[in-house]
Write a protein that binds this ligand. Structure first.
Ligand code: BG6
Length: 481
C-alpha cells in the first residue's frame, strides 16, 4: 500500500493486558478500517507453546462489537511466534516472520510497531532483543511501553537510561491510557478554546480542585502485583497526575506535542514537596486476605494527597488527588470548586458554591452547579446545573476506547498523548519522598470498610483545605427516555 505495510508485534500476547486491551483495540481499529486487510499483520509473541489458532482461540472471546465476518477476517491476520524474552533465538525467528511478510507485501517502507504488554522487569532485555534482531531496515520502528515505569525516581531513571541507549525518544511511546480518554483529551479544548473559562481559571476565582478516581472493586487476583506498588504508583502518580497537568498547566505555544509536553513538565516542576499532614492513606479491610499479599502489608489501596503549585496562577489553591479501590462507586472526575460570592445577599452559602465538574467516566459529562431561583412563587434559591451529558448530546457517537486511540496515534507518529522522559522524571520527583516514607512505614494506612467512601479522615482533609460539600444536592446522569 501507499503507506507501507504495517506489522504490529504484541509481546506478552497471552497475558491479561494483551487479551483485555491490546487485541480488542487492534480489532476495533481493524473493524473501522483504520488498519486494513492487505496492509496489516499482527504477530503475537510469548513464551507459551501455542499455535496460531491457539492464540486466536484465547483472544476470540474478548473481541466484541463487530460482525462475525470482521472477526474471522481479523483473526486470520494474526500469527503466533513463541520464544523467551531474553534469548536471541526467539527474536531472530520473529524477525524472520516479519521480514517474510514484508517481502510478500512488496512495500518499500514497511512499518514495525512493537507493543510491550509485559512486566517492566523484562523491558530492558526485550528492548535489547528488538534493537539487536528486529529493527526495520527501511521504514520506522516504534515501541509502546506500559507503566509501571520504575518504582521511584532512581529506578525510573535507570529504566529510562537503559531504553534511551537503545531507542530515540521519538521511537518510544510511554502509554498512560488516561490520556486516551475522550474527556481527558477535551480538557485542553475546554480550557483554551472558551473565553468563558480563561479569566476564571486561577487563584482569584477557584478555591480548590479535586481530581478523583474511585473503583467499586478491590485488587481482585492482582494483589501480588498491586502490593508491590500501591494506589499512588498504580493510579495517582500517572493517571491523575496527567489529568492534573492538563487542568493546571499554562497555555502551550501551539498544539505541537513538544509544546504541550513542555508545559506539562513546567507545571510538574512547580509542585511543592508534599506534606505528611496533607496526605491520608487507607487500606480496605480484607485486602490482606489475598494469599499473595503479606499479612503485615501497609500498602495503600486508597490515598488522598494535596498538591500545591508554586506559581502565579495557583498559589494557595489545593489540588486534592484522591484514588481508591473497593469504594462505594466507580467514577473518575475533576471538580473545580469556585470561591464564595462576596457580599452574598441570598444567604445561600450553606447551599453550595459553583462547582464545575468534568466527569471522565462513566456517563461522560460536564456540568456546572449553579444557584438558581427555585421555580415557584417563593423567592427561594436552590442548586441546579448546566449540563452537557455526552449520552444525550451525542446520541449517535460511539466514544472510542482509550487504547484504540493511542495505538492509532502511534501508527500516525503523534506523541502528544504520550509521556515524555523528562515528564516522567518530574512526576516521580513529586511522589518519591512520600513513597519512600510509606515503604518504610513512616506513614500508615488507615483501615476502611470495603464499599464505603474510604477513611473519614480523607473527607476531613478535603474540608480542612477548603472543599465545601454541597448538601442535599446530587447530580444524576440523565438518561434517554
Ligand atoms: C490501570 C490500573 O492502570 O487503570 C488499574 O493498573 C485500574 O488498577 C485501571 O483498575 C483503571 O482504568 P480505567 O480505564 O478502567 O479507569
Amino acid at each position: 500500500s501507499e503507506q507501507g505495510c504495517l506489522s504490529v508485534i504484541v509481546l506478552g500476547a497471552s497475558g491479561d493486558l494483551a487479551k483485555k486491551k491490546t487485541f480488542p483495540a487492534l480489532f476495533h481499529l481493524f473493524a473501522q478500517g483504520f488498519i486494513q486487510s492487505g496492509e496489516v499483520h499482527i504477530f503475537g509473541y510469548a513464551r507459551s507453546n501455542l499455535s496460531d489458532d491457539g492464540l486466536r482461540e484465547r483472544i476470540r472471546g474478548y473481541l466484541k462489537g463487530a460482525s462475525e465476518e470482521h472477526l474471522s477476517d481479523f483473526l486470520q491476520h494474526i500469527k503466533y511466534v513463541s520464544g523467551s524474552y531474553d534469548s536471541g533465538e526467539g527474536f531472530e525467528k520473529l524477525n524472520k516472520e516479519i521480514s517474510e511478510y514484508e517481502k510478500s507485501n512488496k512495500s518499500e517502507s514497511p512499518r514495525r510497531l512493537f507493543y510491550l504488554a509485559l512486566p517492566p522487569s523484562v523491558y530492558p532485555s526485550v528492548c535489547k532483543m528488538i534493537r539487536t534482531y528486529c529493527m526495520n531496515p527501511s521504514g520506522w520502528t516504534r515501541v509502546i511501553v506500559e507503566k509501571p515505569f520504575g518504582k521511584d525516581l532512581d529506578s525510573a531513571e535507570e529504566l529510562s537510561a537503559q531504553l534511551g541507549e537503545l531507542f530515540d525518544e521519538n521511537q518510544l511511546y510511554r502509554i498512560d491510557h488516561y490520556l486516551g480518554k475522550e474527556l481527558v483529551q477535551n480538557l485542553l479544548v475546554l480550557r483554551f478554546a472558551n473565553r468563558l473559562f480563561l479569566p476564571l481559571w486561577n487563584r482569584d476565582n477557584i478555591d480548590n480542585i479535586q481530581i478523583v478516581f474511585r473503583e467499586d472493586f478491590g485488587t481482585d487476583g492482582r494483589g501480588g502485583y498491586f502490593d508491590q506498588y500501591g494506589i499512588i504508583r498504580d493510579i495517582i502518580q500517572n493517571h491523575l497526575l496527567q489529568v492534573f497537568c492538563l487542568v493546571a498547566m499554562e497555555k502551550p505555544v501551539s498544539l505541537k506535542p513538544e509544546h504541550i509536553r513542555d508545559e506539562k513538565v513546567k507545571v510538574l516542576q512547580s509542585v511543592n514537596p508534599i506534606k505528611h499532614d496533607e496526605v491520608v492513606l487507607g487500606q480496605y479491610e480484607g485486602y490482606k486476605d489475598d494469599p499473595t499479599v503479606p499479612d503485615d502489608s501497609n500498602t495503600p489501596t486508597f490515598a488522598s494527597v494535596v498538591l500545591r503549585v508554586h506559581n502565579e496562577r495557583w498559589e494557595g489553591v489545593p489540588f486534592i488527588l484522591k484514588a481508591g479501590k473497593a469504594l462505594s462507586s466507580r467514577k473518575a472526575e475533576v471538580r473545580v470548586q469556585f470561591k464564595d460570592v462576596p457580599g452574598d445577599i441570598f444567604k445561600c452559602k450553606r447551599q453550595g458554591r459553583n462547582e464545575f465538574v468534568i466527569r471522565l467516566q462513566p456517563s461522560e459529562a460536564m456540568y456546572m452547579k449553579l444557584t438558581v431561583k427555585k421555580p415557584g412563587l417563593e423567592m427561594a434559591t436552590e442548586q441546579s446545573e448546566l449540563d452537557l451529558s455526552y449520552g444525550m448530546r451525542y446520541q449517535n457517537v460511539k466514544i472510542p476506547e482509550a487504547y484504540e486511540r493511542l495505538i492509532l496515534d502511534t501508527i500516525r507518529g503523534d506523541q502528544q498523548h504520550f509521556v515524555r522522559r523528562d515528564e516522567l522524571k518530574a512526576a516521580w520527583q513529586i511522589f518519591t519522598p512520600l513513597l519512600h516514607d510509606i515503604d518504610e512505614g513512616k506513614v500508615k494506612s488507615i483501615p476502611y470498610q470495603p464499599g464505603s467512601r474510604g477513611p473519614k479522615e480523607a473527607d476531613e482533609l478535603s474540608e480542612r483545605v477548603g472543599y465545601m460539600q454541597t448538601h442535599g444536592y446530587i447530580w444524576i446522569p440523565p438518561t434517554l427516555a
